[in-house]
Design a protein around this ligand. Structure first.
Ligand SMILES: C[S@@+](CC[C@H](N)C(=O)[O-])C[C@H]1O[C@@H](n2cnc3c(N)ncnc32)[C@H](O)[C@@H]1O
Length: 465
């Protein structure tokens, strides 16, 4: 981010615009929304600028800007549509200690003016660092459509009520009060007029004050395999409402960013074969926060699949802390989708095994005889380090050397990689790939494109994809 967005208090501050033609008019339309003292310098002023000056909304001096004109200014704009004149204007501005901008000249500007959606006092500023003005305009149009015109009015009514709302304790209760006003009762009441909206605030305050104190709750939430779009709507909402977010290492940043800014976000990562949080400490943390706060415990994929869910549920039960589970897309589903295969298929496999490569005792034992049968399909989690062990066990029990195995690293993420291999080659394939991210192994599955190419060699691969 080259430009950091801030909102500048311009009440009573001088803002100087050099130029009084069409380009200045566009900038002045925006600046007139502020409470700044606007001073415009430029010959041949546009009639609109003269009109604004006549109305006392700005001062107009019909000559080019001179040294001293920008003294005391917070901002100086060069809006002459003349490179030399704009450069002279910003030099005067800089000498006076103001921040300077040349309209439509990103490189020579110290700040840029964003595209604005105005529902004063709610202001949405949209910036693309000058990269895509069309995109900014499109986002503005979308927001203009989405944000009711009365939003500003509602916000001003709410703003005046803020001291009264302090009767509610900080945190959830107060948040509840405001979200009920802005998203539920307020807009409806405002259709009956401002007094009705004020009455709605009074009613809501009495209701919240009379309500019983809230107790904590823990939500054990699956985040899916990493792509934020695979998050459920419920997970997204809970994240947005949580007071405390406790998450695994595999939960990516874009998902964590959906939490409120005020929420406490705690990572309790377990690094395979590395330094990790102990499960008992995670349980204690969940219980401690869960007694009083709305806690979202994020687990990658689905929390019920190799997520140590039972330990956490048992701890919460023992401590009498209420909890609920929100399922997520497990990584096997995402990995299968990424290679365009189904996990079960008529005539191939009527059952699917979900296995772990290792458990608390080390490499995990399974029903190898059954897994070694032709057509068997298994999704193997945490299988990379166990790959040579898996190969040995399966081959001892009769699996063919050329049984297909596909490894998918970082399924659903931008850095996803796919390796089609066979049972005999699996450890070498994985060693050469040296995956750094989580890997799903599919016993008995081949990526669709490779399978079609093997079955119908004349079929173009691109058509198969
Ligand atoms: C502790 S388990 C958690 C599984 C998770 N609860 C789920 O439903 O996907 C971690 C293992 O899940 C698999 N995994 C998780 N995310 C993955 C991803 N994006 N791509 C491939 N495998 C993934 C890997 O096998 C990893 O070692």
């Amino acid at each position: 981010m080259r430009h950091f967005p801030v909102f500048l208090n311009l009440r009573g501050r001088r803002v100087v615009v050099s130029g009084a033609g069409a380009c200045a008019v566009a900038k002045l339309r925006l600046l007139l929304k502020t409470e700044a003292a606007l001073a415009v310098y430029g010959a041949d002023a546009d009639p609109l600028v003269r009109q604004w000056a006549g109305q006392g909304r700005l001062t107009l001096t019909e000559r080019a800007i001179l040294q001293g004109d920008a003294d005391g200014a917070a901002l100086v704009y060069g809006a002459n549509e003349d490179a030399a004149e704009d450069a002279r204007a910003v030099a005067i501005g800089k000498a006076a200690g103001a921040l300077t901008n040349i309209v439509d000249n990103l490189d020579d500007s110290e700040f840029i003016t964003p595209t604005i959606v105005d529902r004063d006092p709610v202001t949405v500023a949209i910036g693309t660092e000058g990269a895509a003005p069309v995109l900014a305009r499109r986002i503005k149009a979308d927001l203009e459509e989405r944000l009711p015109a009365a939003l500003g009015q509602l916000t001003r009514i709410g703003q005046a009520f803020r001291p009264r709302a302090e009767a509610l304790p900080m945190g959830r209760k107060r948040r509840n009060f405001w979200s009920r006003f802005y998203f539920d009762r307020g807009p409806e009441a405002l259709t009956q007029g401002e007094d009705a909206a004020r009455l709605a605030l009074e009613d809501l305050l009495s209701e919240e004050l009379a309500a019983r104190p809230e107790v904590g709750h823990v939500w054990l939430v699956g985040t899916g395999p990493g792509d934020p779009e695979l998050l459920t709507l419920k997970a997204r909402r809970l994240l947005h409402e949580a007071d405390v977010v406790i998450h695994d290492r595999l939960v990516p940043q874009p998902i964590l960013e959906l939490a409120r800014r005020e929420a406490a976000v705690i990572e309790v990562g377990k690094i395979p074969y590395g330094k990790s949080w102990k499960q008992e400490d995670i349980n204690d943390l969940l219980v401690a926060h869960g007694r009083t706060s709305q806690v979202v415990r994020l687990k990658s994929g689905d929390p019920g699949i190799f997520g140590r869910l039972d330990e956490e549920m048992d701890a919460l039960d023992r401590a009498n802390v209420a909890f609920d589970i929100v399922p997520g897309v497990t990584s096997a589903s995402a990995a299968a989708a990424s290679i365009k295969v189904s996990l079960t298929k008529r005539g191939r496999n009527g059952s699917l095994r979900i296995l772990t490569g290792h458990d608390v005792k080390g490499f995990a034992e399974h029903d190898w005889r059954d897994l070694a049968k032709p057509g068997a399909v298994a999704a193997i989690y945490m299988g990379v380090r166990a790959s040579a062990f898996l190969r040995g066990r399966l081959m001892i029990h009769g699996a063919a050397e050329d049984t297909p195995i596909t490894a998918i690293e970082n399924a659903s993420r931008p850095d996803q990689r796919v390796f089609a291999s066979t049972l005999i080659d699996l450890p070498d394939t994985l060693e050469a790939a040296a995956p750094q991210g989580p890997v799903m192994l599919f016993l008995g599955l081949t990526p669709r494109a490779a399978e079609i190419a093997a079955r119908e060699p004349e079929f173009q691969l691109s058509e198969a994809l």
